[in-house]
Design a protein around this ligand. Structure first.
Ligand code: COA
Length: 140
């Protein structure tokens, strides 16, 4: 892979990516298409939290052709850098092992068990989901 950039979001392209149902695409979100050497390779975006607007929930889907080379993590880093997001939060179905692995490999950390239990108890996290977080220290 040479040039990886974020460009204007293409909703129709997003709908063609197998597994795109795993991500939430909502009017209030901010999304981009990921280009690898000019080719559409995935989509990445974020949704602000309903309770705390400064919690940014990451949404990502990569086309099968470009999976397995760390593109999800690279795309998320580009998004965080572009918008100077201090923290990204990923809510992932634990059965979605590709996504859990992708996020752990790119530096996300799963919340401690007591915090996960608290979120489940409060209804912020469903059974079968986990939550991971990555913090950024952007240069001004
Ligand atoms: C989850 C997803 C975004 C990961 O993107 P990615 O750029 O392929 O991530 P990575 O390259 O870091 O690979 C992560 C894991 O995917 C799996 N993987 C590797 N190659 C793969 C391939 N060709 N096809 C499917 N999964 C593959 C591996 O388990 C890999 O972990 P490993 O390298 O430790 O073995 C991508 O699989 C996807 O778009 N899935 C459908 C949408 C989705 O689930 N989005 C996340 C919502 S939370």
């Amino acid at each position: 892979m040479k040039e990886i950039i974020l460009t204007v979001f293409d909703k129709d392209f997003c709908a063609t990516i197998p597994g795109h149902e795993e991500m939430r695409v909502e009017e209030s979100g901010v999304y981009h298409t990921v280009l690898v050497d000019g080719e559409k390779a995935g989509v990445v975006g974020y949704l602000s939290g309903a309770v705390n607007k400064e919690v940014y929930f990451i949404q990502v889907a990569i086309t099968p052709k470009f999976r397995g080379v760390g593109l999800a993590g690279i795309s998320e880093d580009l998004l965080a850098e572009h918008y100077k997001l201090p923290v990204l939060v990923a809510t992932i179905e634990t059965a979605n092992t590709s996504s859990v692995r992708a996020h752990l490999k790119s530096g996300f950390q799963e919340l401690p068990a007591d915090k996960l239990a608290y979120l489940r108890e409060k209804g912020f996290l469903k059974v079968g989901q986990t939550r991971l977080v990555k913090r950024y220290n952007h240069e001004l």
